[in-house]
Ligand binder design. Structure first.
Ligand code: SAM
Length: 244
């Protein structure tokens, strides 16, 4: 059916392209791609000989209008260079405008580096905050970390090799002793997931700039210790004395 299709694509291993994603790409009238050269390989793998148009962070309201105008009669697919569109990638305004114009929006879910890393880290998964990329400049990065320091959830960051050491050092200094994981090159030949405390990982990567794509996962702050029997007694006594 016509509408906008949000199509997740592999984050390294082409085998992760789902049969449904391939089918949607083959059937689309147009594929919107961040980088046409990157997505050309994927379309070829999917056997999709379909026209492509660039849709990226520089796309503007007029670009979106041109797409939305076609959604009533055509199936248009949005893909990113890798993974799930809209996750640290462009697309949410297009989805919003497609909906506002009354068109159908379909999701073809699949790989997402943030979720893939979370499933490898061995850290609590019941609550997590996806933070995306930390700002590269020291002051802005410190402010961004301070803003989330008290949140009782695992934290997920996207990172690049050259910045990993500095980011881990800042996280260790500001978040204190927490368990963490550095997940790299997921689904690719050199996939690895290194776990340890933030301090250990900061030390390991202080002078090492690993190649490839990286996700950092940080566990939640240690839960405040439950009150012991003596503290409970004292609190009860105090409450009785104050007449509550
Ligand atoms: N939309 C994508 C997704 O769903 O994961 C993320 C796009 S974001 C611009 C790119 C970042 O995702 C990389 O810098 C890296 O932090 C992370 N990433 C993507 N592929 C990865 C992989 N195979 N292994 C580890 N991290 C990856």
């Amino acid at each position: 059916p016509p509408g906008l299709y949000i199509v997740a694509t592999p984050i390294g291993n082409l085998g992760d392209l789902s049969p449904r994603a391939a089918e949607v790409l083959r059937g689309a009238a147009l594929v919107l791609a961040e980088d046409k050269r990157v997505s050309a390989r994927l379309l070829q793998h999917a056997g999709a000989a379909v026209p492509m148009r660039t849709y990226n962070d520089h796309s503007d309201a007029a670009d979106r209008e041109a797409v939305v105008a076609r959604l009533g009669t055509e199936a248009i697919a949005l893909v990113s260079d890798a993974g799930t569109p809209l996750i640290s990638d462009p697309g949410y305004k297009l989805v919003r405008e497609a909906r506002a114009a009354g068109h159908e929006v379909f999701t073809i879910p699949g790989p997402c580096a943030a979720v893939a890393a979370l499933t490898l880290a061995g850290l609590p998964t019941d609550r997590f905050l996806f933070v995306g990329f930390l700002p590269p400049k020291e002051k802005a990065r410190a402010d961004a970390i301070a803003e989330i320091a008290a949140i009782r959830a695992s934290l997920i960051f996207y990172e690049s090799g050259p910045r990993l050491g500095a980011s881990l050092a800042a996280l260790a200094a500001q978040l204190g002793p927490r368990d963490a994981a550095v997940a790299r090159e997921l689904t690719k030949l050199h996939e690895e997931c290194v776990t340890g405390t933030l301090a250990e990982l900061a030390a390991r990567y202080a002078s090492l700039s690993p190649k490839g794509e990286i996700v950092v996962v940080v566990g939640p702050p240690a839960a405040a210790a439950a009150p012991g029997p003596e503290e409970m007694d004292a609190a009860l006594r105090q409450a009785l004395e104050s007449g509550e």
